[in-house]
Write a protein that binds this ligand. Sequence first.
Ligand code: MN
Length: 263
Amino acid sequence: MPDTTAVIEELTVANRILAHEGVLDMFGHISMRHPHNPERYLMSRSRSPEVVESADILEYTLDSEPVKAPTARLYSERVIHGEIYKMRGDVMAVCHNHAPAVMPFCVTGKPIVPVFHVGAVIGGEIPFWDQHDEFGNTDLLVVKPEEGRSLARALGPHSVVLMRRHGSTVVGGGLRELVARSILLCHNATYLLQALLIGTPQPLYPGEIGPAGEINLRPGVLARTWEYWSTRLKTSGGLPPPATKASRPTKPTARRGKAKRRR
Ligand code: MN
């Protein structure tokens, strides 16, 4: 059984990695299914992912209600996560984002297809979901359970769904897989857009997408990508503070001459 504290710490690091790599900004969120209870999921309170700490992570039912009475504001688009976990038993982690790299595709409806070998992790087909089709004029936030269900239906068996004029939602069979897919979706979208500027993109052959996607999600590859992205986060000074009890005073660190300048 995985240690819940360690799992929460990893989810906190995942929040910050996705912010540091440009997938999430002040908005967007990432969740994971509870390691001990598939009817629950873990996600931060309403806070920008770049500054999320372990103490911010809360437990939710699959109806996206907090298990304990909240003392803080919650993300309004929680149903995206809960309704996908209900519909997709294989999904262990979900990321909803408004990543700049995918937005040109969300606003034009031009499909994102894998255009380089590692980009195959996004899958061969990325469906579009337009909230207006079913719900007419809304504020475009996915807040009602029926809106979350509609999005989950549009996702279907795929790994990514693009949301017209809004962003995207990415799913994974594990947290590290989700982090890799979310970042590589952005890389792939960037390369595709750049390729459109200078020529005609040549997507992967349909028969290449399965093998190339599979090999890039093997545990050894995910360990390597996680190490890379978490080291970049650490180097930037963006690692979360260690999850210590609030009552424990912070130990002063004596630094002589080598005080690191913080951004
Ligand atoms: Mn959103």
